[in-house]
Design a protein around this ligand. Structure first.
Ligand code: NAP
Length: 322
């Protein structure tokens, strides 16, 4: 069978790296553009991967055309969690979630790339309560903006795996803080394993029935935010009391985080996203998993392994041959 070539935008990130690894296992040739080559240094030794230092936001049309030349598909996993405020969303959300996919899809059409897989998020909604959700909804419109490029859209709930951005954060917080003051403690999530999300993308590349479809993705169980924080504390052996904050205090806490230098731990927009539960209908979930060939992995089967300090040490020793 002819070897496929796929360009993975956002391939250096948490989910992107899992997608790239599975594509490589399948013998696919992968090109990964990154704004900084060092963000993708963990990918450069993979056998069929080419890392290209290129900022898509500023790239000349000729550079984008060269990147997509001869590709069978493009996958876009670019995303940000924070943005300055704005209506309907701030400039960072506009750039990463709306303008960038529009550019990529237009470049695919110009280069004759027929297929585009797009990462959105569960809760994407033009009228949603958060800028993140509104920008993700407009990103989906951008994903479908060229008739000659068949898009497939994925909307996962929160994603877990060894380098995830949420259970690892909850574990780290409990290592350093005596208590965890938590806003939106009752918000519900349906965490899905990063390897299962990657499998969905790889499956969709080969299955023409997935063209023009939108898939909501969730794991096998639903948890509240407080339950996830407690589990992360338990598995990392640093369990601390969780203090559920009332809405006004939670908002004040988020505002304070936004005022601190660096990436905020939590923003007011993150709280707005949690006004809607991040879960899906069980019937849809089962059908989607079957359609995409995924056997859903339980949180309990994987997360203790990467959060536990003992397991981490064993893993380090095994890698060091001791
Ligand atoms: N993680 C989750 O729980 C979750 C849940 C639902 C949906 N999603 C969506 O899944 C996608 C991937 O998430 P992730 O957790 O893997 O994110 P991540 O680890 O933060 O990776 C983000 C990627 O996007 C690229 N990127 C970020 N800002 C960019 C910008 N302004 N211009 C160009 N490239 C930019 C980065 O590339 P370089 O730095 O190498 O350029 C990086 O490869 C995102 O669209 C996210 O919204 C994630």
């Amino acid at each position: 069978m002819r070897q496929m070539t796929v360009v993975v935008f956002g391939g250096s990130g948490f989910i992107g790296s899992a997608v790239v690894a599975q594509l490589v296992e399948q013998g696919v040739r992968v090109r990964v553009p990154t704004r900084r080559a060092e963000h993708a240094r963990h990918l450069i030794f993979l056998p069929t991967v080419e890392v290209v230092e290129l900022d898509i936001n500023r790239a000349a049309p000729a550079a984008l055309a060269a990147l997509l030349d001869g590709a069978d598909a493009a996958i876009n996993l670019v995303g940000v969690l924070h943005s300055r405020r704005g209506a309907p969303y701030g400039p960072q959300f506009r750039q990463a979630h709306v303008e960038l996919p529009r550019r990529i899809v237009a470049a695919c059409a110009a280069a004759g790339v027929p297929r585009y897989l797009h990462m959105s998020a569960l809760g994407a909604d033009r009228d949603g309560p958060s800028m993140y959700q509104r920008s993700k909804a407009d990103g989906e419109i951008a994903a479908r903006s060229e008739d000659s490029v068949a898009a497939t859209i994925f909307r996962p709930s929160v994603v877990f795996g060894p380098d995830d951005h949420f259970l690892n954060l909850f574990a780290a917080m409990q290592k350093w803080l005596p208590v965890v003051p938590l806003a939106c403690a009752g918000a519900e999530f349906q965490p899905i394993y990063v390897g299962d999300v990657a499998r969905a993308f790889v499956h969709a590349l080969r299955d023409p029935k997935t063209r023009h479809q939108v898939y909501a993705l969730g794991g096998p169980a639903i948890y509240t935010l407080a339950e996830l924080v407690r589990l992360a504390g338990h598995w990392s052996h640093h369990r601390r009391p969780v203090i559920e904050l009332p809405a006004a205090l939670g908002r004040l806490q988020a505002l304070l985080f936004e005022l601190l230098p660096g990436t905020p731990l939590m923003s007011r927009d993150n709280l707005d996203s949690m006004k809607c539960d991040n879960v899906l209908d069980p019937a849809i979930q089962a059908l989607t998993a079957a359609t995409l060939g995924i056997k859903l992995t339980a949180l309990e089967a994987v997360a203790p392994g990467y959060l536990s300090p003992h397991e981490r040490l064993d893993d380090f020793r095994a890698r060091a041959g001791r």
